[in-house]
Design a protein around this ligand. Structure first.
Ligand code: 1YM
Length: 639
């Protein structure tokens, strides 16, 4: 690439001071929570990654230091050390002036700036101190900052260098990022993704915050294919991993895809190596090509008969894992949506569609046996979808079979009002807890569905299996929005579906089985914010004055009773042990309860975790829930 490219110091734009950043950090990094803290890391890391994307260097090292600071190093060219037009050194400008950046010439794909980059100076502004060591021009140079961007020691030469690169260490201002710390898992997950997308890149991450050092290294020669292999490693494949790549109209397309025997679709897309979580024109182009291609193939080969209807898009994506990565030059880049996570670039649709169609058409012709297996899978999906649609239409038209209706009224205690905008359904573990819940509920708008039997583990189950499982069948009927690709939140009977289980291992297991079911077969219920988890208390402490308090975690309980004597404590082992009144107050009444809203933070991670962990022991499952389902306490509930 542009090996002769020279940095032009005067091209740096000076926009604003750092004071504004410290006053309103949220404006620059979104929030001052854990996410905001990691944003600082991404800012610095992305500068190193940009350098590698542009053809310089191949390694990023990240170290979580014991004192809470973070070190990021790369072996690129090193930040330029020449004087800037202002008279300041270039590094001083880069790390103290907002939006300072190099001149990103045509042909370079700017990663960080496109979507979320606010510049290294923001990191400096929100740090107690920052230390930058630069290896370039045969010299080692160092500059230090303190108190959110003041120059502590100006740039000076500290040695001679045989290599080139940049090392940045910064200490986040933990008065701003209260109670936050860097997470090794978060850093690893994000960097592993970068390594999949950039086959030249090696990432090393070390956690030195504990006495025992934890270290991960990521490097994937075969990029996107390795990514798909990783996602599918616990699934049974029914095709090889197919690679598609091509270039049209200045847009470069790389895709890897594979079909497995599962029933879900995992499509993850990136533009210039940045995730586009909300899809966009490239995903539309991809899906259009797949639907068209497999319908044509099925017709041409007599798999779909003349009387048969076409495959719908969802049929052709059942069990499909695909990673899409596009390189789009800056002048064609368009992002949409509130968080700019959706690709708008209209050209991308046709480019992806054509490249996928041509490449895969050829592939299918060359690999008939594989094509046949994939087609069989799609036929199965088509049949199941049509059956599900029929069942939903019947339910909607009140044609539910007598037998089904009878068994439903046997189990469900419905709310009196039929208002799906406020009604709540409590899914309760066991009949005794169900009994308490029925008494504790507000009968006007709260319904109770006790689960009696075992809930099927749906990780490897088909739609037909889910239907056959009595508990799930009942659940599908109660919720009323259909199931699978037919599911539609428009038709659900409840505004909130609330999982209420005991706070023990069994309860946790049932919670997981239910979450898996909802994730697999009613995903929009989660995406559109209708799924919740109830939080029953673990302890009730009564003081001699008869005053009592409920505690939801061990820590809170311990903290409260520390130093106290003369109190009685009741530990609740299960919901069934609670009398209706405390159950109402602590867990069911919107005025006093704590509800957790389930949302999918990162669809890909959730997908990976669900497929890895369902069916394993309880511990990793708890971890999965903690890490991947974002439990945000719902405190603004009003009725
Ligand atoms: C650990 C973080 O920041 N590496 C890094 C940054 C830069 C360069 C190389 C670089 C960029 C350019 C030319 C250019 C930056 N330079 C600037 C600026 N690692 C890390 N590695 N030469 C070197 O973009 O033209 C900003 S970042 F503005 F000085 F050019």
């Amino acid at each position: 690439m542009a090996a002769t490219k020279k940095y032009d110091a005067s091209s740096i734009k000076i926009l604003e001071g750092l004071e504004a950043v410290r006053k309103r950090p949220g404006m620059y990094i979104g929030s001052t929570d854990k996410k905001g803290l990691h944003h600082l890391a991404w800012e610095i890391i992305d500068n190193g990654i940009d350098e590698i994307i542009n053809g310089y260097g191949n390694t990023i090292k990240i170290i979580m230091n014991k004192d809470g600071s973070l070190t990021v190093a790369d072996n690129g060219r090193g930040v330029p050390i020449g004087k800037h037009a202002s008279g300041k050194s270039t590094p001083e400008v880069v790390y103290t002036i907002l939006h300072a950046g190099g001149k990103f010439e045509e042909g370079n794909y700017k990663v960080s700036g496109g979507l979320h980059g606010v510049g290294a100076s923001v990191v400096n502004a929100l740090s107690d101190w920052m230390d930058v060591i630069i290896y370039t021009d045969g010299k080692i140079s160092e500059i230090k900052f303190k108190n959110g961007g003041e120059v502590d020691k100006p740039l000076k030469t500290v040695g001679t260098a045989k290599h080139t690169g940049t090392i940045v260490t910064f200490m986040p201002n933990y008065n701003i990022f209260k109670n936050c710390k860097f997470s090794f898992t978060t850093l690893c997950e994000r960097m592993q993704e970068s390594a999949f997308l950039l086959p030249r890149l090696t990432v090393e991450i070390e956690d030195r915050t504990d006495d025992e050092i934890n270290k991960e290294v990521y490097h994937y020669e075969d990029g996107l294919s390795a990514f798909v292999r990783y996602i599918n490693e616990d699934k049974k494949e029914i095709s090889n991993i197919m690679s598609v790549s091509g270039n049209k109209g200045g847009i470069n397309v790389d895709i890897a895809l594979q079909y497995t025997d599962t029933y879900n679709e995992t499509i993850e897309s990136f533009v210039n190596n940045v995730k586009t979580p909300d899809g966009g024109s490239h995903e539309v182009g991809f899906k259009t090509a797949i639907t068209k291609l497999f319908n044509e193939y099925a017709r041409d080969n007599g798999i779909l008969k003349q009387k048969d209807s076409n495959f719908e898009g969802s049929d052709t994506r059942e069990g499909l894992t695909a990673i899409i990565n596009l390189q789009i030059p800056e002048e064609l880049l368009q992002f949409e949506g509130q968080t700019k996570g959706k690709l708008g670039t209209p050209e991308a649709k046709k480019v992806v569609e054509d490249i996928v169609y041509d490449n895969l058409k050829f592939y299918l012709q060359e690999h008939k046996a594989e094509a046949t297996k994939v087609m069989e899978k799609m036929m199965g999906s088509r049949v199941a979808r049509e059956a599900a649609r029929k069942a939903r239409d019947e339910a909607r038209l009140g044609k539910t079979k007598k037998k089904d209706q009878a068994s439903l009224s046997d189990k469900l205690t419905p709310p009196q009002a039929r208002n799906s905008k406020i009604n709540e359904l409590f899914i309760v573990e066991g009949t005794s807890a169900g009994g308490s819940a029925k008494q504790a509920r507000d009968r006007k708008y709260q319904g109770v569905l006790p689960l009696r039997g075992k809930v099927l583990n749906t990780e490897k189950a088909s739609l037909a299996d889910a239907y056959k499982n009595e508990e799930l069948n009942t659940l599908i009927h109660c919720i009323g929005g259909g199931v699978g690709s037919e599911f539609d939140c428009k038709d659900i009977n409840y505004d909130k579906v609330i999982i209420m289980t005991d706070a023990d291992d069994d309860g946790c297991h049932i919670q997981c089985l239910l979450l898996t079911f909802f994730y697999r077969f009613m995903k929009p219920l989660i995406e559109e914010g209708h799924l919740y988890i109830a939080m029953p208390p673990l302890f009730k402490v009564t003081l001699p004055s008869k005053e009592f308090h409920y505690f939801y975690t061990n820590e809170d309980y311990k903290e409260y009773v520390q130093g106290k004597s003369n109190y009685t404590v009741q530990r609740y082992k299960g919901l069934g042990e609670m009398n209706p009144e405390p159950l109402r107050v602590t867990t069911m009444d919107p005025k006093t309860r704590n509800l957790i809203k389930v949302n999918i933070n990162d669809a890909l991670l959730a997908e990976k975790r669900v497929s890895v962990l369902m069916g394993d022991s309880v511990e990793p499952r708890k971890e999965w829930i903690n890490e991947n389902v974002d439990f945000s306490l719902e405190d603004d509930f009003k009725i």
